[in-house]
Design a protein around this ligand. Structure first.
Ligand code: GZL
Length: 320
């Protein structure tokens, strides 16, 4: 069953199960990080669809990747007296005060797709992937692919201080730790964007003798990988063969790169964090059901052996 059908089936079953009059009365504030990547755009569009299906009045605020804008938006939601708040926290620290204000106002907060370094009683639940596992899956793919061959890796990190950047780095390093032939020779943030991913990869190639000695590029998301692929081609090298390309998100364009032989592996991140979040919220508001503190979404590896054209087709138009 393709990704799209799995996503649609899951969503419609969830929506059917919980399309109740109750949801229709809810007003929920959503502080979104921005639109820095294709995955983020898809998460936004799926969240709006999930709210609409449930008759939830979603107040959307785009923070352009700035924490101060998110904190301002949360304070605005609290002042409006919304029934609940969803927030995708751009970085892990600096949330204690505003989350305490929401708690004081008895407004439940749900974290989407990233975590915070704050007391767990300040949020109802957190819906996210196991980001350490994502890094580990990516690293293990490289270990399995290169065997004992010496492999110098360059790494494009996500947003500095964000939980995905911290955790995806940790997981990848864990996977290669016992393989001394695989070494990370350069690592820098590309802030999860294509443009920055291309720019940083250009710097890596220049600094590493045109890239001839680079064996693989690991990017914390597909958008930076797509930018890096262009830089590798501009340098006269073949991404996907001269330099292996492994990343995370499973957006349509990484599957297009696989079809073109320019990318080798991606770890899927579902854009539907809102479905489980709204479910948990509704159960909590209706009868006080306490959700799990962490609702973990799946992480699945895809390579060119997994029908990349079909995966592209099933994701295109999902808001990426
Ligand atoms: C990870 C999510 C990341 C995506 C990027 O959960 O926060 O943010 O991997 C996005 O595409 O920018």
């Amino acid at each position: 069953m393709t990704f799209l059908r799995r996503l649609a089936l899951g969503a419609s079953v969830i929506a059917l199960a919980c399309t109740s009059a109750y949801a229709a009365d809810l007003t929920v504030g959503f502080s979104q990080i921005g639109s820095e990547s294709g995955w983020r755009a898809a998460e936004t569009s799926v969240t709006k669809q999930e709210a609409e299906k449930r008759g939830i009045d979603l107040k959307f605020a785009d923070a352009q990747q700035k924490q101060e804008n998110q904190i301002k938006a949360l304070r605005g939601f609290i002042a409006q007296g919304v029934d609940a708040i969803l927030v995708a926290p751009v970085v892990a620290t600096g949330w204690d005060d505003v989350l305490a204000e929401a708690k004081e106002a008895e407004i439940p907060v749900i974290l989407l797709d990233r975590g915070v370094d704050a007391p767990q009683d300040l949020y109802l639940t957190s819906v996210a992937s196991d980001q350490v596992k994502e890094g580990r899956v990516a690293g293990q793919w490289l270990v399995d692919t290169v065997g004992d061959k010496p492999c110098k890796v360059v790494e494009l990190q996500g947003t500095v201080g964000s939980t995905p950047a911290i955790n995806r780095k940790k997981g990848f390093e864990e996977a290669i730790a016992d393989h001394a032939n695989i070494t990370i020779i350069r690592s820098q943030t590309g802030d999860f964007t294509r443009a920055k991913g291309k720019e940083v990869m250009e710097g890596f190639l220049k600094a590493e003798n045109g890239g001839k000695d680079i064996c693989a590029m690991y990017a914390h998301n597909d958008d930076m990988a797509v930018g890096a692929i262009q830089a590798i081609k501009d340098a006269g090298l073949k991404p996907g063969s001269d330099i292996l390309v492994v990343s995370i998100d499973a957006v349509p364009d990484i599957f297009a790169a696989m079809v073109a032989g320019e990318a080798n592996a991606t770890v899927e991140l579902t854009p539907n964090m809102a479905g489980p979040a709204f479910d948990a919220l509704e159960a909590y508001l209706k009868d006080g059901t306490q959700p799990e503190k962490f609702i973990i979404t799946e992480s699945k590896l895809y390579t060119p052996a997994d029908n990349p054209q079909g995966e592209y087709d099933s994701r295109k138009g999902l808001g990426y």
